[in-house]
Design a binder for this molecule. Structure first.
Ligand code: MN
Length: 288
């Protein structure tokens, strides 16, 4: 049985700036509540945009996270990051950084230095994935998932390719280790290409049309729209009308209370107060 489409959410009217380097449209929780789309907490999309050449790197300076994971998906341009555990890296097109903030971390995220100097198209997604209560205090760590390490499903009839970041697409597994069942697929379709897959009915499921336009289960989804599926049926069929890039996500709902306060996502108000106190007391480490 085909999954029903609950709603097609249009691109928000205006972008917001995260620091001065991320020009993002917010789909979660702007278009759908965190409870409805659990375990996903936030989805910001920076559609292709040229910030121009800059001698000073643009981005977002040192800030904390606690209680969940930030997943940064690079389509164009390059993002550099540093964190309070001493880690540093660069996320290039096709790469994904899956950071588990867990007990608490400080980091900064900005345009990679060489890319900053030249400018050029910059296209990114940041997705936040909640952690189950039992895992909210794991030591912070991250997975630097590179383009060549993704699960790869080449579609028949030259339809395109599916890069499996997390979970499993038609038997092809992705490299990300997750704390609850999550599927995350970067789908690239050629003009007229078609792909069909099945995702559990009980998973909360959505897709974002990154580039191009597609038909999803017989409904038209324009560029930059967000398709929210209902929790009945399993089959999803996507047809590309021109070349298209789609980010498909699904996850088993974490049926626990969500209390969000900016970069902290916990289960109770008390835990949020503790998180703020811990951050102010310097327990997330040091990063300048
Ligand atoms: Mn961050």
């Amino acid at each position: 049985m085909k999954k029903q489409i609950e709603r097609i959410i249009s691109k928000p009217a205006r972008p917001g700036m995260v620091g001065d380097g991320f020009r993002v449209f917010n789909y979660i929780p702007g278009g759908v509540t965190q409870q409805r789309i659990s375990p996903f907490l936030m989805l910001d999309f920076n559609p292709s945009y040229d910030f121009g050449p800059s001698a000073r790197v643009k981005g977002v300076d040192v800030h904390p996270h606690k209680g969940f994971e930030t997943v940064t998906i690079a389509y164009k341009g390059a993002v550099e990051h540093h964190d309070s555990s001493g880690k540093h890296g660069i996320i290039y097109p096709g790469d994904v950084q899956w950071m588990t903030a867990g007990a608490g971390i400080l980091h900064k995220e900005y345009h990679e230095k060489a890319f900053s100097k030249t400018g050029g198209p910059f296209e990114m997604v940041q997705l936040w994935v909640n952690l189950p209560k039992k895992d909210k205090s794991v030591a912070p760590h991250y997975q630097a998932l590179t383009a060549d390490g993704m699960g790869k499903a080449v579609l028949p009839d030259n339809a395109g390719v599916v890069n499996v970041i997390a979970g499993s697409f038609n038997g092809v597994a992705g490299p990300a280790e997750t704390y609850s069942p999550v599927n995350l697929f970067d789908i690239k379709l050629n003009n007229g290409g078609q792909v069909t897959t099945r995702l559990a009915a009980n998973h909360n499921t959505a897709l974002l049309v990154i580039n191009g336009k597609v038909t999803v289960n017989d409904q038209s989804a324009p560029e930059h729209s967000f398709v929210l599926f209902g929790n009945a049926g399993e089959e999803i069929s996507i047809n590309a009308d021109g070349d298209a890039v789609v980010l498909l996500m699904s996850g088993e709902p974490i049926n626990e209370p969500i209390v969000s306060y900016g970069p902290f996502v916990m289960n109770t108000e008390e835990e949020i107060h503790e998180a703020i106190q811990d951050f102010q007391a310097g327990k997330f480490g040091v990063l300048v």
